[in-house]
Write a protein that binds this ligand. Structure first.
Ligand SMILES: Cc1cc2nc3c(=O)[nH]c(=O)nc-3n(C[C@H](O)[C@H](O)[C@H](O)COP(=O)(O)O)c2cc1C
Length: 248
């Protein structure tokens, strides 16, 4: 087990340092900009972040109060810092505020959700899982929220010359970007809801996206309607979600 925090001692533990001299000669590398923080400060910072994350809720009643575009841009810029397979960043965020376009999206989403909720496209187990949330096919918030941000996953990359390149771990990468987007929106004091009106293929058509892009999730973004209510959900305690493998 590595105990030393001394840079030179730890360096000596590596028989295969990264980058290798050959790699560093071929590709550019920079020194990682990292400032070491003491354990107490790390604990304080982590508690602050955890408390904030724990206050986040998915909201289904948004205010129509406008939200400036630069806040959406900032959240997308944060999301786009997510790690991604082979650094392909296989995501596109499409931000919509135009009332006519939002209205069209609402209509199409409600059409799909009507099939799901009213025409039994969901099985009994799915309906049972959703029951405490009380969701149905009404999606007025898609028109009322000032922004809809639709996240598309790029199944492959299309280069300027029209040739294609494979993307790697697309779902995992886009999922990480989605999580960062949700966190960024929450941290700035806005609210969102990951919304997946299944199937979502209509979003590619209505937003005129290329064939390689698949809708991943849609985020209405705005201020929560004052006094909005959310399901009284409990989150799993740590011992249900964390296994420390080296403990008895
Ligand atoms: C991938 C994904 C898809 C979701 N799709 C929907 C959806 O279509 N409609 C909806 O009302 N909520 C949807 N949700 C929100 C969840 O119901 C919500 O996150 C969950 O109930 C926990 O509540 P919280 O976000 O307030 O912690 C989705 C969440 C995720 C992560």
């Amino acid at each position: 087990m590595v105990k030393s925090v001394d840079a030179q001692e730890d360096q000596a533990l590596y028989r295969h340092p990264y980058p290798s001299p050959g790699l560093a000669a071929e590709y550019p590398f920079v020194t990682y900009d990292h400032r070491r923080i003491d354990d107490t400060t790390m604990r304080q910072r982590s508690e602050v972040f955890q408390a904030s994350a724990n206050r986040r809720r998915s909201v289904r009643m948004f205010s129509s109060h406008p939200v400036p575009l630069d806040l959406i841009e900032s959240a997308v810029a944060t999301a786009s810092t997510a790690p991604s397979g082979a650094h392909k960043q296989p995501w596109t965020f499409v931000a919509v505020s135009d009332p006519a376009l939002k209205s069209k999206i609402r209509k199409l989403a409600e059409g799909e959700e009507h099939e799901n909720y009213r025409k039994n496209r969901m099985n009994a187990e799915w309906r049972e899982a959703l029951a405490p949330l009380g969701t149905d096919h009404h999606k007025e918030f898609l028109e009322i929220a000032p922004w809809l941000v639709v996240l598309f996953a790029q199944r492959y990359e299309v280069l300027d010359d029209g040739s294609t390149r494979k993307n790697y771990y697309v779902k995992e990468s886009v999922g990480m970007a989605a999580g960062l987007f949700v966190a960024a929106i929450h941290e700035m004091g806005l609210a969102t809801l990951p919304h997946t009106p299944s199937p979502m293929a209509f979003l590619r058509t209505v937003l005129n996206r290329p064939n390689q892009e698949r809708p991943f999730v849609m985020f209405p973004v705005g201020h929560p309607l004052p006094g909005t209510r959310v399901p009284d959900l409990a989150r799993k305690p740590l011992d249900e979600v964390l296994v420390v493998a080296d403990r008895d």
